[in-house]
Write a protein that binds this ligand. Structure first.
Ligand code: ADP
Ligand code: MG
Length: 410
């Protein structure tokens, strides 16, 4: 491999033992003669000292006193710590390594603090260091505006840093190292017999990620897809090959991929279902409701319009505001909190008859009530009670043979 980008997530960097694994992967590629850029997240997860959430805890007591600009300065510290520590470990092994902030690496973003977008990457500095045989360690999750302000990219942003750097440097591959063996047929925390997928198309993983599979950020996949850079999602803690993500046509042309009816499951928790009816029956009910939601930045999902009214969902976080707005409009919505949205995803389900029937059969067979459903060419969504989530995921996983690695293919 001529040039490789390796990204390591929080749990991969959280303790000495994990960082030894990280070193192993970096050294292997470097010694094989590749130019190596390493992108790091903040160490550990919520509760651990240098994790992003722990940094936020430091100012939590002061409410919203910290302006977004300074909040981003604080948030950017986690990755600085990771990058410096990894650099010291590499140096201790006698390897030439340099740590760069996102800004120093040439990542230019817009000025949207907390959810900045990468506008361009000026890659000269990284390329120069790589030409000098340096291992370049870059802080993920952050960049800099054209006028020198530090910005962060939002949750999961390090994935996007990695694929954007991969695109700018025309890397051969971007390896996303994490704490699971790749992209699995479902979240392994919920489905014990979920299996790693050897290959998956950009479109499918984007779809899974947008529907809640947080193993990789959807924007990161979009960036890689646009640049045509293959991505591998793999484990820091093993030497498995992980999951290769690339264009569906590239996979098909190599004869190593087929359109499965169902590739995997994803889910989102803490969803609230709202049912709004208008006793007076004016026709602009939807308009008034959705306009009010939109003007307050509340995103709505699962919209069902019926003669009697509308059903839709909002996140648990947005629920209090949504209810206030409905009350202001004079509605008395029926509210069902603690729901979960389960997505059944497969590039090959389009035109395949009976997929919905199999979903209904699996769920009702497990005694689970479907509260709402919706579908597109490649996805069927069902809304259920969150207390049914584990049973629902397991029932669907089994019904589509995902534990066997067959995916109910045609
Ligand atoms: P990192 O810190 O490495 O970025 P994340 O926590 O962001 O790690 O992502 C890895 C986690 O994603 C896994 O621990 C797993 O629980 C979760 N996950 C959700 N859906 C999937 C899936 N389909 N395949 C693999 N992991 C998944
Ligand atoms: Mg992540």
């Amino acid at each position: 491999m001529d040039l490789i980008v390796q990204k390591f997530g929080g749990t991969s960097l959280s303790d000495e033992q994990s960082r030894r694994h990280v070193l192993r992967h970096v050294i292997r590629e470097y010694e094989a003669g590749s130019r190596v850029v390493v992108v790091v997240s903040a160490m550990g997860r919520s509760g651990e000292p240098y994790a992003t959430d722990s940094l936020l805890e430091l100012v939590k007591a002061n409410g919203n006193a910290l302006p977004p600009r300074e909040r981003d300065l604080l948030l950017s510290c986690g990755e600085l710590i990771s990058a410096s520590v990894l650099c010291s470990l590499l140096r201790a092994e006698g390897l030439p390594a340099v740590a760069l902030t996102g800004g120093q690496a040439g990542i230019v973003t817009d000025g949207q603090f907390g959810s900045a977008r990468i506008l361009e990457i000026n890659a000269e500095r990284m390329l120069g260091l790589l030409a000098d045989k340096q291992i370049v360690v870059v802080t993920g999750f952050q960049g800099m505006t054209a006028d020198g302000e530090t910005t962060t990219l939002g949750r999961g942003g390090s994935d996007t840093s990695a694929t954007a750097i991969g695109a700018a440097l025309k890397a051969d591959i971007v390896d996303i190292y994490t704490d699971v063996d790749g992209i699995l047929t479902a979240d392994p925390r919920w489905v014990k017999d979920a299996r790693p997928l050897p290959v998956v198309s950009y479109e499918e993983i984007c779809n899974m990620a947008q529907n809640g599979a947080k193993v990789i950020h959807p924007r990161a996949v979009e960036v890689a897809m646009k640049a045509g850079i293959p991505v591998r999602v793999r484990s820091t803690f093993s030497d498995g090959e992980g999951t290769l993500v690339t264009h569906a046509h590239a996979l098909r042309s190599q004869g190593i991929w087929y359109d499965k009816t169902v590739t995997g499951l994803a889910h989102v928790r803490d969803v609230t279902q709202l049912a709004v009816t208008d006793r007076d029956g004016p026709a602009d009910l939807q308009l008034r409701v959705f306009r009010a939601m939109a003007s307050h930045g509340i995103s709505v999902d699962f919209i069902n319009v019926m003669p009697s009214g509308i059903h839709y969902t909002v996140t648990g976080n947005d629920t209090p505001t949504a209810l206030e707005l409905l009350e202001e409009l004079g509605f008395e919505p029926r509210v069902r909190r603690a729901c979960a949205k389960v997505s059944v995803i497969g590039g090959g389900m389009n035109g395949e008859p009976g997929v919905m029937a199999r979903i209904v059969e699996a769920l009702t067979g497990a005694g689970i009530q479907i509260l709402q459903s919706a579908d597109s060419n490649t996805t069927i969504w069902v809304l259920i009670s969150e207390s049914d989530l584990a049973a629902a995921l397991q029932a669907l996983h089994t019904a589509f043979g995902l534990h066997l690695g067959t995916g109910g293919e045609k």
